[in-house]
Design a protein around this ligand. Structure first.
Ligand code: BDR
Ligand code: CA
Length: 330
């Protein structure tokens, strides 16, 4: 690791280890995020308490199965995986098989998971955990549609006391949408849930497309994973190769945006990201703008700022951290 990236890691050792719940819809970049978090746990930098799943990139059945498979890949069959919402609060579910493959993991042949899916619903799990947790202690990394989180905050507002912050991958403002001209996928799938979360009054960091499109997975960066001497590096390279080819073909960017791992990195080292405190809201009615974020960049509305909105990432350091985490896995 370069001295530059090491300096970021030095911050971590002087801080309390983040305890994470990862709310996710795996998804190829979700898989990368989960593996990154479990690798960082191996490195002694954070603790992953559970994975909670939601319908999004694919159906809940598939996102839950995939989460269990990914836990197995990391040798973490002990990890709690809880299934959550099958559909958005109000809208009909739309999925993204055209990006993530029919099963969400690039059509890869998957084994029957050893990690069991818990019987308890993800929302019930979060309510119970957060209500009994030390106040302001737990970070939620939300990297899928926000349906579970909105339900949790609506059903049990007192659970918010256990939350240190929610780090959300979703939305866009300066960057065009990736599912409609205006909207990012996670917010578009469940805009009503996104709006509930943005208005909940809990500490929020948002990693929008504005910043995830600066964390670009190039062919060279995929090769670094492929060359790792463990199982997970090459496996992830195969998965992300499928993802990168699709993103290149559809977005013509200089690489594929590695969206969801940004939320894990930001939960551990917020300093990797430049952020601005602003008021953000989600459009839930517009015909052309459904799911779009309206960010009050210059404080025009006088509405109280409700999010730390990420604008830039130190991508070299981010990928160093990502690689170190994946290399720490079996
Ligand atoms: C988000 O949409 C999903 O397809 C990805 O997993 C990511 O969470 C990016 O818009
Ligand atoms: Ca996702």
């Amino acid at each position: 690791m370069t001295a530059h990236a090491q300096r970021y890691l030095d911050y971590c050792h002087n801080r309390r280890k983040p305890q994470l719940i990862i709310d996710t819809d795996p998804g190829q970049d979700d898989a990368a995020a989960i593996l990154m978090a479990l690798g960082l746990e191996e490195m002694g930098l954070l603790e992953v308490l559970a994975l909670t799943t939601v319908a999004g990139n694919v159906s809940l059945h598939n996102t839950s199965k995939n989460a269990c498979v990914i836990a197995d890949w990391a040798g973490r069959s002990d990890l709690g995986v809880y299934g959550g919402a099958e559909k958005p609060l109000i809208k009909t579910l739309i999925t993204a098989q055209h990006v993530h493959g029919h099963n969400g993991l690039g059509g890869m042949q998957l084994h029957k998971p050893k990690t069991p899916l818990k019987v308890l619903h993800a929302v019930a799990y979060m309510v119970d955990l957060l209500t009994h947790a030390e106040p302001y202690s737990i970070t939620i990394c939300a990297v899928g549609p926000l349906t579970n989180i909105a339900q949790m905050l609506s059903l049990a507002p007192e659970a918010a006391r256990g939350i240190k912050e929610i780090v959300i991958m979703g939305g866009s403002y300066f960057h065009p949408g990736n599912v409609t001209p205006m909207a990012e996928f996670n917010f578009y799938v469940d805009p009503h849930a996104a709006q509930v979360v943005l208005q909940a009054g809990v500490p929020l960091r948002v990693l929008p497309l504005d910043v995830t499109h600066q964390a670009l997975l190039t062919r060279e960066r995929i090769q670094t994973l492929a060359d790792m001497g463990n199982d997970n590096g090459p496996r992830l390279a195969t998965l992300l190769d499928h993802y990168e080819r699709h993103e290149q073909a559809s977005l013509h960017a200089g690489g594929a945006p590695l969206h969801d791992p940004c939320a894990i990195a930001c939960a551990l080292i917020p300093e990797l990201f430049e952020q601005k405190r602003v008021h953000a809201a989600v459009e839930t009615q517009g015909q052309l703008t459904m799911g779009a974020c309206v960010v009050d960049w210059w404080g025009k509305s006088k509405a109280i700022a409700n999010v730390n909105w990420a604008t830039a990432v130190d991508d070299e350091a981010f990928f160093e951290l990502f690689n170190a985490a994946i290399a720490a896995l079996p």
